[in-house]
Design a protein around this ligand. Structure first.
Ligand SMILES: [Zn+2]
Length: 489
């Protein structure tokens, strides 16, 4: 059995003014066997797909795999080029029995709101009736178009996304079962008029963990192949942003429809529970001052580069310096210019910098400071926490500059600091710090929950702010909860 696989991946934050270019995709661009060697023995979707495929006797035909760090709309030319290459590889794949697509599900180009819908349809046009199995992130804005052209869609069950490997394993099983004629998948799709914010979607918190338990119970029902609750990506202002439910059964459309209806209404009925408790930076400093324990982690979701934040916001840095906060670390501020100056100054010397605030005005102005260069690093590290364990990552060149009691991790690249190895790779043991600012909404919880004394979700403005009322939505379908009152479902 020969199954072609690949990915063009992006989570597009349409509120970001930073376009996503072909260069942003080139960093992770791999073709053919490079894909296998990059993902084998990693806790990733494609990693899980590879391992289970080998057990199931699937010969993988790797096409093209690329994923750009989330930012603004994908330049049309970049998408057209990558899609063209992807489809060329597919046409040249020889005889195949099916396709597995490892996609995110919230990519928008300058001209196409639903890029995955466009890509899956294009794959369908080439492969005809062969099975197409797709995995999507929990933040996918799933559209009717994506559902229509896929045989089965499998979404993540976790946020932090620690089940990527398992979903890849599941995808290999499902595609193998379809090709062997063991199942005939039929899928029901429901879209809810509902936007939720990332911190409320965390499956390590009781609300979502209870929901996922029910989802798993649904998957255990007779005749059900797989079920997905996608929480959506609210920072893509497109018609189809938000929550959706998919249920796949073995050749029973009515059963799929009934289960999808019931689950969608169960979520709708508890929509009020998705409220957030954000704290101001001042409150967070006060809580840390009163606390005996450490570290206190401040999640600054608004500047999360994993969802399109610029990762150079300075609002907390400014407030920390003004409040003379001690034993604190800010992870991270992406600022290649300051990294260069710190490296030129050298370890043990002081350097004058204009730190951060260079991308989107909403995230604060550059902070002029004179700091002590404590560490210089090549920025290489390997994830050791539960999410994407084993994956090699790079901050680009990095420097730790200390001003008063605040260490700033300056990097060349925008990287979501989900893994504590980000700190350790530049010589900082997180347990030794009182305050740790992480430019991450939820993913950091997988690695930091065991070591954090307390985790606070901090309220700062930005293009990834958890406060959905801070955005000027133009394109999302209306009415939609919670932006509108009296929404019917
Ligand atoms: Zn996600």
């Amino acid at each position: 059995m020969r199954i072609a696989t690949g990915c063009i991946g992006h989570e597009t934050n349409t509120f970001s003014s930073v376009p996503t270019t072909i260069d942003d995709f080139k960093r992770s661009y791999r073709i053919g066997d490079e894909i296998i060697s990059a993902f084998r023995q990693t806790s990733t979707i494609t990693g899980g797909f590879i391992e289970n495929s080998e057990k199931l006797g699937i010969q993988i035909i790797p096409l093209l795999w690329t994923f750009a760090t989330p930012s603004g709309a994908v330049e049309q030319e970049a998408y057209d080029t990558l899609k063209g290459e992807f489809l060329d590889h597919l046409r040249n794949a020889g005889q195949i029995d099916g396709v597995f697509l490892d996609l995110h599900g919230a990519m928008a180009t300058e001209e196409i709101e639903d890029a995955e819908g466009d890509l899956i349809r294009s794959v369908r046009e080439i492969v005809g009736s062969l099975p197409i199995v797709v995995t999507l992130d929990l933040h996918a804005n799933i559209t009717a178009e994506m559902a229509k052209h896929s045989d089965t869609i499998i979404g993540f069950d976790t946020y932090p996304h620690v089940d990527c490997y398992d979903r890849g394993v599941e995808a290999a099983q499902v595609v193998s079962d379809i090709v062997r004629g063991n199942i005939r998948p039929t899928m029901a799709y429901r879209q809810l008029p509902f936007l939720t914010s990332p911190p409320a979607q965390c499956t390590m918190k009781p609300l979502m963990s209870g929901i996922v338990e029910r989802l798993h119970a649904l998957e255990a029902e007779p005749g059900v192949v797989t079920a997905t609750l996608s929480m959506g990506f609210p920072f893509a202002d497109i018609r189809d942003a938000g929550v959706s439910v998919l249920v796949t059964t073995d050749d029973d459309q009515q059963l799929a429809e009934t289960h999808a209806n019931e689950f969608a209404h169960y979520i709708w009925d508890i929509r009020d529970a998705f409220n957030l408790n954000l704290v101001s930076v001042e409150e967070a400093i006060e809580i840390a001052n009163q606390s005996e324990g450490q570290p206190i982690v401040l999640a600054e979701g608004s500047d999360n580069p994993g969802g399109g934040g610029p990762c150079d916001g300075t609002i907390i840095l400014r407030k920390f310096i003004d409040a003379d906060v001690q034993n604190a670390v800010i992870a991270i501020i992406a600022d290649p210019e300051s990294v260069s100056l710190a490296i030129d100054a050298g370890v043990g010397n002081t350097v004058a910098l204009n730190v951060g605030g260079k991308t989107i005005p909403l995230h604060g102005e550059p902070v002029a400071l004179t700091g002590y260069v404590k560490t210089i690093s090549d920025g290489a590290y390997i994830n050791k926490g539960p999410m994407a364990r084993g994956v090699r990552n790079s901050l680009g060149r990095a420097a730790v500059v200390k001003v008063g009691g605040v260490e700033i991790i300056l990097t060349e690249r925008r990287v979501q600091p989900i893994d504590a190895e980000v700190l350790r790779s530049v010589g900082i043991e997180p347990r030794d710090r009182k305050l740790i600012v992480l430019k991450s909404a939820v993913h950091f919880r997988a690695d930091y929950t065991p070591i954090a004394h307390e985790i606070l979700e901090v309220d700062t403005p930005g293009v990834h702010s958890p406060d959905l009322f801070s955005y000027d939505y133009q394109k999302v379908r209306r009415p939609i909860y919670p932006l509108d009152t009296a929404v019917e479902f």
